[in-house]
Design a protein around this ligand. Structure first.
Ligand code: NAD
Length: 465
């Protein structure tokens, strides 16, 4: 555990080092990115073990793909793109006024950046954004979630073995440290987590006028067009829900399905689980729910739906929740009323409400009546239907005919809008988020600057015309 005073000391030493050493060269940054990629790959088996310790069950494929290779690939991509991202961008300067002056936007590091991390992707959300923070030349302090203590300790250990503490550091602690972390006078603060806590973090940052990136959650819809209620679509949607058993910010929160095809959707979902993943919730593919408290919250959502609507359909009717592994089977909730908690809150678990609609416009009105989501999915064989939906909705990201792919590309800026967040990381958008785009003018010759010194004369005709 890190004390609040230790946090302040690390921050002060990073600030001092940044002030003394300034921006690292591009070669130095590429070396930092290489070290980061090497770090996750070399620690792959320890990362797998920590993920299993914190989640009780965590599929190795997804640890490898997201927490290890995702970070390494992102670092390699940033290193490759860095020269292009960091190149100053020349801007026009009217020669009639500015003579031969040169103007450019020059990207410089912001300085010391804080990163508050949720529990669901402990390495990906700590080290992934660190890629663009380091690419932009910053120093950083990371605070993992108290719900993933094994991952937090491992992160601390890994980072301390590779980076100087005045360059990158990890601090661990409970709410007292989290609150103090949000109150530090960062040069930039990244927060990933729930909108409720995000609001508190934004308020704390505003006290110091610290710029923040907020990566929040919400209710991501999947709109299934009538031409796409088939095994492929249902498989894609359930597949996305099965990643971390629904504990993913860009999972499908609820589905909108043509009214006449609701039963077909339910039958296809049953078939998918029976044929493709029999006994899913007892296998190593089913991630454990992060804590007893979250498990209770999820069962509470289902109980309320069962009492009010009676339309809870388990996709594994014989399966039970295993309290020791915290594995929970997937359930559909068919045509839930909107006053249920599961239609008001982000579900973040293996529950998929499916709502009927009678026209695409009605589905769009339903989506647009809610908060702007982090992700929106549309399934249609007809591109014009997909475009119709994309043109009339606003979300942080979107994917057509699949789910979550928009979060998997290191090249594509990632983030929310409105209640699902603001700002971006990943790719050039991430590089720019953690950079100060400084406008720099280098004065040349034959300009009108001299004419601006008193005593002032009349405005030159050349300027007016
Ligand atoms: P959370 O908001 O409970 O916690 C996130 C982090 O905030 C943790 O590190 C926690 O210690 C810290 N924290 C808690 N209270 C704080 C306070 N008062 N001041 C400062 N920090 C505080 O979120 P969670 O339960 O860990 O994560 C789940 C949420 O995260 C979901 O809403 C999910 O959608 C969202 N999420 C979003 C993204 C994204 O990229 N947009 C990614 C993953 C998760």
């Amino acid at each position: 555990m890190t004390s609040v005073s230790e946090l302040h000391e690390i921050f002060a030493s990073q600030k001092a080092a940044f002030g003394q050493q300034g921006a690292p060269s591009l070669d130095e940054r590429r070396a930092h990115l290489g070290a980061l990629a090497q770090l996750v790959v070399a620690n792959r088996s320890r990362i797998r073990a920590a993920m299993s310790a914190d989640f009780a069950v965590h599929p190795e494929l997804f640890t490898d793909l997201i927490e290890v290779l995702g970070v390494a690939g992102r670092a390699a991509y940033a290193a490759e793109q860095l020269a292009q991202w960091a190149a100053p961008q020349e801007r026009e300067a009217d020669p009639g006024l500015f003579g031969s002056a040169r103007a450019a936007i020059s990207y410089q590091p912001k300085g010391v950046v804080g990163n508050i991390v949720p529990w669901n992707f402990p390495f990906d959300l700590s080290l992934g954004p660190l890629v663009e923070m380091l690419a932009a030349g910053n120093r950083a302090i990371i605070k993992p979630s108290e719900f993933t203590p094994a991952c937090g300790e491992l992160l601390k250990d890994m980072i301390a073995a590779t980076f100087d503490p005045d360059h990158v550091a990890v601090v661990t602690g409970e709410l007292e440290l989290a609150t103090a972390f949000a109150a530090v006078r960062w040069d930039h603060l990244l927060y990933t987590g729930s909108p409720e806590v995000g609001r508190k973090v934004a308020v704390a940052a505003a006290q110091n006028l610290v710029p923040v990136t907020l990566e929040l959650g919400g209710k991501n819809p999947a709109i299934v067009n009538e031409d796409s209620v088939d095994a492929e679509t249902v498989g894609q949607i359930l597949g996305a829900k099965m990643i971390k058993n629904g504990q993913m910010c860009i999972t499908v929160d609820y589905c909108l399905v043509p009214r006449a095809k609701m039963q077909e959707f339910v039958d296809l979902a049953h078939k998918h689980v029976v044929e493709r993943t029999p006994g899913y919730s007892t296998t190593a593919d089913c991630t454990g729910i992060i804590s007893e408290r979250h498990l209770d919250r999820l069962t509470g959502l289902l109980e309320e739906a069962g009492k009010k609507d009676g339309q809870v359909v388990s996709l594994e009717p014989d399966a039970k929740i295993d309290r020791s592994t915290r594995q929970m089977p997937i359930s559909l909730v068919v045509d839930p009323s909107d006053d249920l908690a599961l239609m008001r809150e982000e579900i973040f678990g293996p529950i998929l409400p499916i709502k009927p609609y009678d026209s695409v416009d009605e589905a769009l009105a339903y989506v647009n009546a809610g908060e702007r989501p982090l992700a929106l999915y549309v399934f249609s064989k007809d591109n014009s239907v997909a475009d119709y939906v994309l043109d009339r909705t606003t979300s942080g990201g979107a994917c057509v005919n699949s789910c979550a792919l928009q979060g998997a590309l290191p090249s594509l800026g990632f983030g929310g809008i409105g209640q699902s967040g603001s700002g971006r990381h990943h790719g050039i958008e991430g590089f720019r988020e953690f950079s100060n785009p400084r406008g720099v003018v280098r004065r040349g010759e034959n300009d009108l600057v001299e004419a601006l010194l008193p005593p002032y004369g009349p405005l030159a005709e050349a300027v007016v015309t």
